[in-house]
Design a protein around this ligand. Structure first.
Ligand code: SAH
Length: 399
């Protein structure tokens, strides 16, 4: 076996790795034996020189992302490793009924730590894959990843687009090729989600092009939309609006602060309901708009971007959620419904719930929690990595 650089942990810092937590923080490292570079392969050892796991190194707060916990040391992460891991992710989606569905051909194939592939995101858009590296080690293995994906999808694969300029360290991005097609060349695709059509522009769109994680929550909105006046704020490409209109909403407004997002929404509305008259778009700041507008809506959707990316700004984020929710609750019709979300990983369901309840108190309205929502099964949560639970939502009945 070739010699792999050794990361030796401080005494007591091996517990998390033994519990299969996939991150080693830089503060847990006692000593590094051998050369290290960003993205390089390393083996993690306890303070007592016991082998624990194999991972990819990066000079950052998360210093090692563990890729393999098997006691038989892989020694390297070659083509076989990637094919096995990516096939496992594919097989899970097949079991969920997603790989061969006529009503939904958009799903997340790889959800980072949730699929034991920390730092890797892959979304599937009707035969097109968008791959995003959040760690240098993933970038360095991209050839293996792309080859494995071609093998798994075979003739069903139209393209693989690599989109990592926003997710890899800045200095790295300027030197390396972090954006572009790795296979095929198909810049846009029309996908189907629960029978609804969406045009995905992965090159110019936000994240990988679409917020796949809201699929089941959009379906839930449909149950509450028939005959209702719906305000969908932070609408991005109009996912919730399309479902509400299909369910027979009387009127839907889609609001986003980004003009580009509103253009995507308009396209998707036109794609599903050509010439429709009961849909309106608004380019505005959501909080300001709700505050200054006195129209009463039966159903309001609040799906803001993550307000807190780190624990040190969690307090401000909570204040932000409270202000936004209080304003929306104040304005909603009696008997109205609020769909409210947080995708801030550092704000957990308990904190989010108490924040929304505080908002209802501030607004002086009675509220009942009808549903508690989360992320769908193609965004699995690794049981040993609770940080992977990021999407939380509540459906409130406002009296
Ligand atoms: N609900 C969407 C995803 C929302 S992503 C879906 O189902 O696809 C968050 C969106 O909020 C982005 O489109 C972003 O442009 C928008 N946004 C960010 N800040 C905003 C603000 N202050 N007011 C309104 N929209 C905002």
């Amino acid at each position: 076996m070739q010699t792999v650089t050794k990361i030796i942990l401080k005494s007591g810092k091996d517990d998390a790795v033994r519990r299969f937590h996939p991150w080693v923080f830089s503060g847990a490292i006692k000593k590094i034996e051998g050369p290290v570079y960003d993205g390089g392969l390393v083996e993690v050892f306890s303070n007592k020189d016991q082998y624990l796991a194999t991972g990819l190194y990066q000079d950052a707060s998360i210093a090692v992302r563990i890729m393999d916990f098997a006691p038989s040391r892989p020694g390297e992460l070659g083509q076989d490793f990637w094919l096995k891991k990516l096939s496992a992710a594919y097989n899970l989606r097949a079991m969920l009924g997603m790989t061969d569905s006529e009503s939904t051909n958009v799903y997340r194939l790889v959800h980072g730590e949730g699929d034991q592939l920390p730092g890797l995101i892959i979304d599937h858009y009707n035969g097109n894959l968008v791959v995003q590296a959040h760690a240098v080690g993933i970038h360095l293995n991209m050839k293996f990843i792309a080859q494995s994906l071609q093998q798994i999808y075979g003739s069903k694969l139209k393209s693989i687009y690599y989109k990592s300029s926003d997710t890899l360290p800045g200095n790295f991005v300027s030197e390396k090729s972090t954006e572009g097609f790795l296979f095929g060349d198909n810049p846009k695709e029309i996908v189907i989600e629960n029978g609804h059509k969406f045009e995905i522009d992965y090159i110019r769109g936000q994240k990988t092009g679409f917020f796949i994680d809201q699929r089941e929550n959009r379906q839930l909105l449909a149950h509450y939309s028939a005959g209702k006046k719906v305000l969908n704020t932070f609408c991005y490409s109009g996912g919730f609006s399309v479902y509400a209109l299909k369910a027979g909403a009387a009127h839907v407004e889609s609001l986003d602060s980004s003009k580009k997002a509103i253009e995507l929404t308009e396209k998707n509305i036109e794609l599903n309901f050509p010439g429709i008259a009961n849909h309106e778009v608004i380019v505005a700041d959501a909080l300001q708009y709700i505050r200054e507008n006195d129209q009463v809506r039966d159903v309001v959707v609040l799906d803001p971007p993550a307000f807190a990316k780190h624990t040190n700004v969690r307090h401000n984020a909570v204040q932000g959620y409270k202000r936004l929710n209080a304003e929306a609750i104040r304005k909603i019709a009696p008997g109205g419904i609020l769909f409210t979300f947080s995708c801030s990983q550092v704000v957990n369901m308990g904190l989010f719930k108490s924040t929304v309840i505080a908002a209802a108190i501030q607004a002086g309205r009675q509220a009942k929690i009808l549903h508690q929502m989360s992320q769908p099964a193609d965004h699995p949560i690794n049981a040993f990595h609770p940080e992977g639970e990021y999407l939380k939502g509540l459906v409130l009945y406002i009296e």
